[in-house]
Design a protein around this ligand. Structure first.
Ligand code: CAA
Length: 258
């Protein structure tokens, strides 16, 4: 892999987009490598995945404008599909994901962050969907995920104007869940990921699936999705151990992921 790295510390994986000379811009090679790296995540060992960009200047400054410049209609659609398929794979990865955004998260970068479950950013972070200033729409899910995350009115204002949003505003509109000094960001992302990784892995995954699938359904169907997942937890060793320990007033065994 030239542009996408994966490392693991304990139950926490760190996926890094590493093309700093182009502010981690997403060309087709970066997107294909991201696809392969997501496929390679060991879901037995890694219980939470942090997604970040190399360097302090940019998380990801967007899709590669130089590469997109000469695309035809068909090629543009294919490039959108390439990014959308991979970002959907990230969004539906069974384990939780945390975007750690330092610096610019523009266009495809903002879309990458929005494909994660939770977003933390640096005080220097800048978000935005500048596409209409380049004569295009967002192409990797920005119109859909931003509207779902911050509501259609706020999203349309940002999407129509291409206005950039700094960290404090991103926090106030719910685009991110935490803002930290640059030097503290990764430590906070790790702390959050480790806390998640310390809980019963099958239950945590079931919560992710319940929230994600439930949001696509009406409430009557959504609560059934939850009931089924809730029920499935009672087949796990982790449920038996944790509830047994509570009732018997003893320290629980570490979770074993089965
Ligand atoms: N594509 C390709 N290259 C990019 C890039 C991008 N999106 N963003 C930055 N780069 C490259 C620059 O071309 C430059 O390369 P060279 O040194 O070889 O010239 C290098 O990264 C550093 O960038 P700048 O010199 O521009 O740095 P700056 O500090 O002056 O500005 C910036 C930083 C404001 C982020 C500016 O780089 C910028 O505006 N980048 C483009 C942001 C953008 O419009 N993103 C959306 C792309 S469209 C999209 O993403 C569509 C989609 O939804 C799929």
């Amino acid at each position: 892999m030239e542009y996408v790295k994966l490392s693991a510390e304990g139950g926490v994986g760190i996926l890094t987009i590493a093309r700093p000379a182009a502010l981690n811009a997403l060309n087709d090679q970066v997107i294909r490598e991201l696809d392969q790296v997501l496929d390679s995540v060991d879901l037995q060992q890694i219980r939470c995945l942090i997604v970040t960009g190399e360097g302090e200047k940019a998380f990801v400054a967007g899709a590669d404008i130089g590469q997109m410049r000469g695309l035809t209609k068909e090629q543009g659609e294919a490039f959108g599909k390439l990014g959308n398929d991979v970002f959907r794979k990230l969004e539906t990865l069974p384990i939780p994901t945390v975007a750690a955004v330092c610096g610019f998260a523009l266009g495809g970068g903002c879309e990458l962050a929005m494909s994660c479950d939770i977003r933390l950013c640096s005080e220097t972070a800048v978000f935005g969907q500048p596409e209409v200033g380049l004569g295009i729409t967002p192409g990797f899910g920005g119109t859909q995920r931003m509207a779902r995350l911050i509501g259609p009115g706020r999203a349309k204002e940002l999407l129509y104007t291409a206005r950039k949003v700094k960290a404090p505003e991103a926090l106030s509109i719910g685009l991110v869940q935490g803002v930290y000094p640059v030097e503290q960001l990764m430590e906070e992302a790790r702390k959050l990921a480790q806390r998640i990784a310390g809980n019963a892995p099958i239950a945590v995954r079931a919560v992710k699936k319940a929230v994600n699938d439930g949001l696509q359904a009406d409430m009557d169907q959504a609560i059934v999705i939850e009931e089924k997942l809730f029920g499935s937890c009672f087949e796990t060793q982790d449920q038996k151990n944790a509830m047994g320990a509570f009732v018997e007033k003893r320290k629980p065994e570490p979770f074993v992921n089965c």
